[in-house]
Design a protein around this ligand. Sequence first.
Ligand code: AHR
Length: 508
Amino acid sequence: MTTTTTAVIDLDLPGATISRHVYGHFAEHLGRCIYGGFWVGEDSPVANVRGIRSDVVEALRAISIPNLRWPGGCFADDYHWRDGIGPRESRPRMVNSHWGDVVEDNAFGTHEFMDLCELLGADPYVSGNVGSGSVAEMSDWVEYLTRADDSPMAALRRANGREQPWRVPFWGLGNEAWGCGGNLRAEQFASLARQYATYTRNHGGNLLYRIAAGANEADLHWTETLLRSFDDLAADPAAPAGPFQAVSLHYYTMAGSWSDKGDATGFSTDQWYVTMARARRMEELLTRHSTVMDRYDPHRKVGLVVDEWGTWWNVEKGTNPGFLYQQNTLRDALVASVHFDAFHRHAERVVMANIAQTVNVLQAMILTDPDTGTLVLTPTYHVFAMNTGHHDAASLAVHLRDVETRAVDGTELPLVSASASVKGDTALVSLSNLDADTDRILVLDLRGRDVVGHTARVLTATALDAHNTPAQLDAVAPTDHAGVRPHPRGLEVDLPAHSYVTVALELR
Ligand code: AHR
């Protein structure tokens, strides 16, 4: 049976700008994300530039990767940046106790990360160590990276081969301070965040956007405590937020519990729906945290940065449990599209988001074969690719009518998710059919401007757990979508069961 839903969009009423930075990424020293993922070393048979995989860079440039968060995650609060500079052969080793208890040789450090960002054309987002570091250590790292004159840290950088300072726009003050980042109380961390923010200085023209480690899921007390610790946010609408500028939020989607998260493949239809309902929870979390923030920050100066999100499944059989390697299917793609719809709707508050993680870890864009090095683009990658038109576009409200719902875990899951944006004479509409079995027709009721052309893409597959492998690179890949027809109200779009569709509109 085919059912019809209507989406009403006023194309002439643009809302807040969707920052391209909500399409940000995260690379931690974890499993094969850095080593084998981004970094293969200069002597590798895998094509590389100064040790960095060329195919990974090319794939991420193709989706206009806006920023990259590094070195963690939990690893960040164990990381001492001085161990990762200077000649590689003499860098000290350390134990990566969070992730596999393996020895880290620090081959990939500050210079390699900044080189990677330059190759990618992405803004660096450096996550500083609050948990086991010191204020002086973090302050020195900022000076090392961004100062131009002959200061001690700038001189040290030059001695290590980099003459010019780098531009570092984003700076993280700790990570998950309520957990792996120190097991701190909100009040304790709020004081530390103020202190660390004070000593992470703007050198020359480099203006840091400082992001304090924020809440886990629905921990509104954490967000409220951080918001209360700002200098008076209501006083002067023109004054920037200080001493830091944003707070973060982490939320992971799984089909089970933390001890048994569900498998990445071979899942049931029920688990599909539970996953979709849990992915939709991002919308609720953004609303609740934003409401708390609005109370203290009426001018919306403080950013909300969702710097870890995505699916977290049981690891693939036979892989190191500490390496968090998981397969990535059509289900992951729909989880991503649902998150982006939420980020677009909350564009006023959500200034950045970073999927966890870019290569070979959790909900990755890219998987690399450990034996052959073959690069596989995941279904999630394709959602990022299909959505590049939303980068820095103005969000448009999408009013859905006649959306069927399904009872899942005591909540009603709407079976269609949608968002839209406009930039000049083009608009992009994103449509997810979360129904595992039923095709839909969706009428786009387009008002306010003339639509003079359209193109559409669809991402779907026969099986819910369809995925790409070295042997079948394109089992799940977008294709042109012929199922779009003129309709008296605008356009009529076929939404196959379990599919993601984008419709690009040409406007006059
Ligand atoms: O992304 C994996 C881990 O999840 C991160 O290191 C940590 O911040 C979170 O708990």
